[in-house]
Design a protein around this ligand. Structure first.
Ligand SMILES: [Zn+2]
Length: 259
């Protein structure tokens, strides 16, 4: 995650944003207001172009990216449910690139009002979203707006059913497979052949605390049983198929980001 930002003053210089002193992935951000207008008119059609400028690869943001939060919040507030999904995806990706809340110049603090509006819209939209992929994307956006790090980008495996982590002892690459019928880990490509599987131990519900507990409770309340099921495995224990070492799946997911 990278961001390129100016001082806080450049964002808050008077009441109007001076886009000419901000930058996006291509240089001067003067064109960004026009790009946001076009995005509002055709969210699905312009989304890729918007991300190319404001959040390329969904992992890099610029001073203009954060300055777009107020406008994105406006578009989200007045848009149709479909528009809302595109806006929340864009704003969530940008927010996930923000410096941590512990940084006094964090854009999440500087733009706290639009971020709060985007968070509330995401919160409401989650309860009305059925498809697991959309649900997980929104859940990550919700965490991005709260400044939760790592997990705002690491929940995809709850819908794809797979995480890839390194064994903390022997370093081998381990596939953690979370299925509805069968959950296990292995070191070979399980899609192509019979593989040696080692067991996964899901966390017991009463053992889940803080963020995992919240994710489990939320997904259950929203009727996302498969996601809730996955949370127990993600925050459960695995055993390395090669060396037999027990490890926490979640700790290894986090380690993958820190290395
Ligand atoms: Zn191992």
């Amino acid at each position: 995650m990278t961001w390129y930002g100016p001082s806080r003053a450049a964002w808050l210089d008077g009441c109007m944003t001076d886009w000419s002193i901000l930058t996006d992935a291509c240089g001067s951000a003067e064109h960004v207001p026009g790009l946001l207008d076009r995005f509002e008119a055709d969210p699905s059609g312009v989304w890729s172009e918007l991300m190319d400028h404001l959040c390329p690869q969904l992992d890099t943001a610029f001073s203009a990216s954060f300055a777009a939060f107020p406008r994105l919040a406006e578009i989200a507030t007045v848009g149709s449910p479909e528009t809302l999904d595109w806006v929340l995806l864009a704003a969530g990706a940008i927010a996930s690139c923000s410096p941590a809340l512990s940084d006094s110049n964090s854009p999440l603090t500087v733009f706290s009002a639009p971020i709060a509006a985007l968070h509330e819209l995401t919160d409401r939209r989650l309860s009305r979203t059925a498809a697991a992929e959309d649900y997980v994307n929104l859940l990550q956006a919700l965490l991005s707006f709260e400044g939760v790090e790592i997990w705002d980008r690491s929940l995809d495996g709850l819908q794809s059913g797979e995480y890839e982590v390194g064994c903390p002892c022997c370093g081998v690459n381990v596939f953690v497979v979370i299925g509805q019928d069968d959950s296990f880990c292995c070191t070979d490509d399980y899609a192509l052949s019979e593989v040696q599987k080692s067991p996964l131990q899901p966390a017991r519900v009463h053992e889940l605390a803080e963020l995992p507990r919240r994710l489990f409770t939320r997904a259950t309340a929203d009727g996302q049983g498969n996601v809730a099921h996955g949370v127990r495995y993600l925050f459960g224990q695995a055993a390395c198929p090669d060396c037999g070492t027990d490890f926490s799946v979640a700790e290894r997911v986090v380690a993958g980001w820190i290395l």
